[in-house]
Design a protein around this ligand. Structure first.
Ligand SMILES: NC(=O)c1ccc[n+]([C@@H]2O[C@H](COP(=O)([O-])OP(=O)(O)OC[C@H]3O[C@@H](n4cnc5c(N)ncnc54)[C@H](OP(=O)(O)O)[C@@H]3O)[C@@H](O)[C@H]2O)c1
Length: 222
């Protein structure tokens, strides 16, 4: 029962984890920030190391900046949060490091931003497409269809907002669920990675919903 605890106490109770973040923009920055406040150790990375070091310095001793390779090696759990157009390059560069790791995938394909790869991913479904681009990773899709600006606020009212997630690996789902709860969301597994196609802006699941509302929406899908 960690719900009643302040954010800073939760990870200490649930087990501190090392989280490597690839893509330290709006989503990576916001979620990494609340994980640090919850007591986890976070390494931020992007293609601009100075940005990541500055971001980490603002967050204190549990945060650091590194290259994507360093973050992928550092994290027991990774979160990849880049524009979908960057995902093929990230998958190639980090191939050896992400194999077998739990990877939280926030990435959404938009044709207008990401080009042909997004058209392919939308056709295939974002969950299965990410699995193909990140071979061997134990992917859990999460945080895909809520605004980054609200991601740091769920802990203020823990458990009220549900977080729909999809994945095929039970252990990875368990680990991701714990991290999701640590920052105030209640994870709701909607199915395997094939269901990841519903975890995108513009689907009935997008926006903030209670866990119960998510279950009701999921029952209407397919
Ligand atoms: N914004 C939202 O509200 C929101 C909500 C849910 C999901 N999403 C999805 O989550 C993903 C991230 O969104 P965002 O809004 O955080 O984007 P963003 O603010 O543009 O941040 C993207 C990050 O990825 C880094 N990056 C890009 N290419 C990279 C590469 N090849 N290797 C390493 N790092 C790379 C960028 O840094 P450099 O360019 O310096 O490398 C930046 O730190 C997107 O797929 C988006 O659709 C967004």
């Amino acid at each position: 029962m960690l719900e009643g605890l302040p954010l800073t106490a939760r990870a200490a109770n649930a087990g501190k984890m090392k989280i490597g973040i690839v893509g330290s923009g709006r989503v990576g920055g916001a979620l990494g920030g609340v994980w640090v406040k919850a007591g986890h150790e976070v390494m931020f990375s992007s293609r601009h190391l100075e940005h990541d070091k500055t971001l980490a310095a603002r967050l204190g001793a549990n945060a650091r900046g590194g290259t994507p390779r360093e973050a992928a090696a550092f994290g027991e759990v990774l979160m990849i949060s880049v524009p979908y157009g960057s995902l093929p390059a990230v998958g190639k560069d980090l191939a050896a490091l992400i194999k077998g790791k739990v990877v939280i995938d926030t990435c959404n394909p938009f044709v207008s931003r990401d080009g042909d790869i997004a058209a392919w991913a939308r056709q295939k479904g974002a969950g299965l497409a990410s699995a193909e681009l990140l071979p061997g990773a134990r992917i859990v899709r999460a945080f895909n269809a809520i605004g980054a600006a609200r991601m740091g606020a769920a802990h203020e009212d823990p458990g009220r907002i549900g977080m729909p997630i999809a994945g095929d690996d039970a252990q990875a789902i368990e680990v991701a669920s714990r991290l999701i709860r640590d920052i105030g969301y209640e994870p709701v597994l909607i199915g395997g990675l094939a269901m990841g196609k519903y975890l995108m802006p513009g689907t009935p699941l997008s926006g903030e919903h209670t866990p119960e509302e998510i279950r009701e929406i999921v029952a209407t899908l397919n």
